[in-house]
Design a protein. Structure first.
Length: 237
């Protein structure tokens, strides 16, 4: 009876805190993030409500929501210096939501030369990020690919010879497909059927996702995060 009551309380909690199209509790023996009762989520942010309460960032004053025609988007107003050891710090993280395996879709537009998407963020010294650049990694070794921050300076784990992810300053759709159980990380651009970046890595299997740039600025629109391996906290309210 106690277990049934606890499950009922958890379902009511999820319904209250999830800014989602769908959110529920599921059973999964393969959960890397949600424990014995991972949440199934489908979170969408079109930034049309004019609020950034669902996001946390080191400098909230550096972010705003703008509108172009019928499109609302998250705008990064200014860059910040990378951290020491050298790694990105300027990104907005989805508050109160951790995922292991997931699919993330977002439209990205650079104002400078590159943007990043962070995932499986544990803390400021432990996370992955996808670097989306106008340059290939063969031209600039720390651009365009999948990188990891693991207690020290960031380093590349995939994408050295991949084509530039953001060759111009138009909107580009980016999809990240992460399987934390197998370690697979795939990054697709626009309508690609084969990933532009791919790697197998299981260093981090649970954490937040984030949007930002290493040391430049740009925009994000039509964000969607889907997962059957999620962990939610009260901060998701």
């Amino acid at each position: 009876m106690g277990k049934l009551r606890d499950l009922r309380i958890q379902i009511l909690f999820l319904a209250a805190v999830c800014p989602v199209v769908f959110c529920a509790v599921s059973e999964s023996a393969e959960s890397q993030c949600g424990g014995p009762h991972p949440a199934t989520i489908s979170i969408q942010h079109n930034f049309d409500r004019g609020s950034l309460k669902a996001w946390e960032m080191p400098f909230p004053e550096d972010w705003e929501i703008l509108q172009q025609g019928g499109l609302h988007y998250l705008h990064m107003k200014r860059n910040r210096e990378p951290g020491v050891p050298r790694r990105p710090l300027q990104f907005a993280r989805l508050k109160g939501v951790k995922v292991g395996s997931f699919t993330l879709d977002v439209n990205v537009r650079r104002a400078g030369g590159s943007m990043i998407i962070v995932f499986n963020y544990v803390d400021t010294l432990h996370f992955y990020y996808v670097h989306l650049s106008e340059n290939p990694g063969t031209q600039i070794s720390v651009h365009n690919g999948i990188f990891i921050v693991n207690g020290g300076p960031r380093y590349r784990i995939a994408g050295l010879e991949a084509t530039p992810a953001l060759p111009d300053r138009s909107w580009r759709n980016v999809r990240i497909v992460r399987n934390a159980r197998t370690g697979s990380i795939q990054v697709f651009l626009d309508k690609q059927t084969r990933p532009n970046f791919f790697v197998i890595d299981r260093t981090f299997t649970c954490g937040q996702v984030g949007l930002g740039s290493f040391d430049e600025t740009g925009d994000f629109a039509q964000f969607r995060l889907r997962s059957k391996d999620a962990q939610l906290s009260a901060a998701a309210k």
